[in-house]
Design a protein around this ligand. Structure first.
Ligand SMILES: [Zn+2]
Length: 329
């Protein structure tokens, strides 16, 4: 759960007076009023993001007291959320001005992650072009690795990748793989549909996950696949709290916590069960690679081990992943 912030330009410059929104009175995902306060965030010496954020908002508050940032869970859709949340303007400057060190993609070899996702694509029929939408995909390295895999296995003749990220990079085209960059999802043409939609370690960072998940699911072709990976750390927070210990949270980088109960109910919550099918809902891939960090790899596997027996009832996994498929009919 460690997060590091490397300031690219020494200091982010934000002119806005207020960095925080009004607190939510109901669930920001499903709108229910049945939400539960499970505790406060504590500044943690190893989580610099939150400390930096507190220092930043303290300067703008002058004589007003620092607000409590709390953790809530929704009893209806089971999302976890921080309350209140930073403004959109703050987040945009935060992500373009900061290099977020907890981006797990950087720690995970893109080839390893690409072959992990490839396992969930099923038996694909060969096609002319395989289209990937990589939401929050950074430089698109994972999608390109996946594209190379699909080309070499003869599934597709061409790969077309659309990456959506605040930090857009130059479009590129090489060896039958074309990659296009978009700053926001709404810049992708409405009629565009994809064989695979990826939202890995991104949905927890955005303010409107319901709207984004809905748009991403609409972008899937028939029999298309949606892959998402999110943190599931609120159960750790609750467990630590019961033991009288504090558990640091990378707020404001993380705004939401989406675990087994949230994902298991998602299609029902969004009324999409007729068109879509939850193919997999499971603890996520262990990040630490055995060759690079054997102890961390073994510990991560041990922590996640009971989930193979207990499935969605096991709360201490740290991360969750799902694969959703659009029905053929
Ligand atoms: Zn809810």
């Amino acid at each position: 759960m460690q997060a590091e912030v490397h300031k690219k330009n020494n200091m982010i410059a934000i002119s806005e007076e207020n960095f925080l929104e009004e607190a939510f009175e109901g669930c920001p995902f499903c709108g229910s009023r049945a939400i539960k306060d499970i505790g406060n965030i504590y500044p943690s010496p190893d989580i610099n993001i939150y400390t930096d954020f507190l220092n930043l908002i303290e300067k703008t508050l002058s004589d007003r007291p620092l607000p409590d940032i709390k953790l809530y869970t929704c009893n209806i859709c089971h999302i976890g959320f921080f309350n209140p949340q930073p403004t959109e303007k703050f987040l945009k400057e935060f992500y373009t001005g900061y290099d977020i060190g907890d981006n797990r993609r950087k720690k995970t070899d893109p080839r390893r992650f690409a072959s992990h996702i490839a396992k969930y694509l099923g038996n694909l029929k060969p096609r002319e072009t395989f289209r990937i939408l990589d939401f929050g995909g950074g430089d698109g390295a994972v999608s390109r690795c996946l594209g190379q895999h699909l080309l070499s296995s003869g599934i597709a003749m061409k790969i077309d990748i659309s990456v959506v990220d605040y930090n857009t990079i130059t479009d590129r085209s090489e060896h039958s793989i074309s990659q296009y960059s978009f700053e926001t999802l709404d810049l992708i043409p409405l009629s565009d549909e994809f064989d695979l939609v990826i939202a890995s370690a991104i949905l927890e960072h955005i303010k409107n996950p319901k709207q984004i998940i809905s748009l991403l699911l609409q972008k899937m072709k028939k029999q298309g696949i949606f892959y998402a990976r999110t943190p599931y750390s609120f159960p750790f927070y609750k467990g630590f709290k019961k033991l009288g210990l504090t558990f640091g949270m990378p707020y404001p980088a993380h705004l939401f916590d989406m675990g087994s109960y949230f994902w298991s109910d998602l299609l029902k919550t969004m009324n999409l069960s007729a068109d879509l099918r939850m193919k997999r809902s499971h603890t996520s891939l262990v990040h630490a690679e055995f060759s690079k960090n054997p102890l961390l790899n073994i510990l991560s596997h041990l922590v996640k081990l009971p989930s193979y027996l207990m499935g969605k009832w096991y709360p201490f996994s740290g991360g969750w992943e799902v694969v959703v498929e659009r029905n053929a009919g």
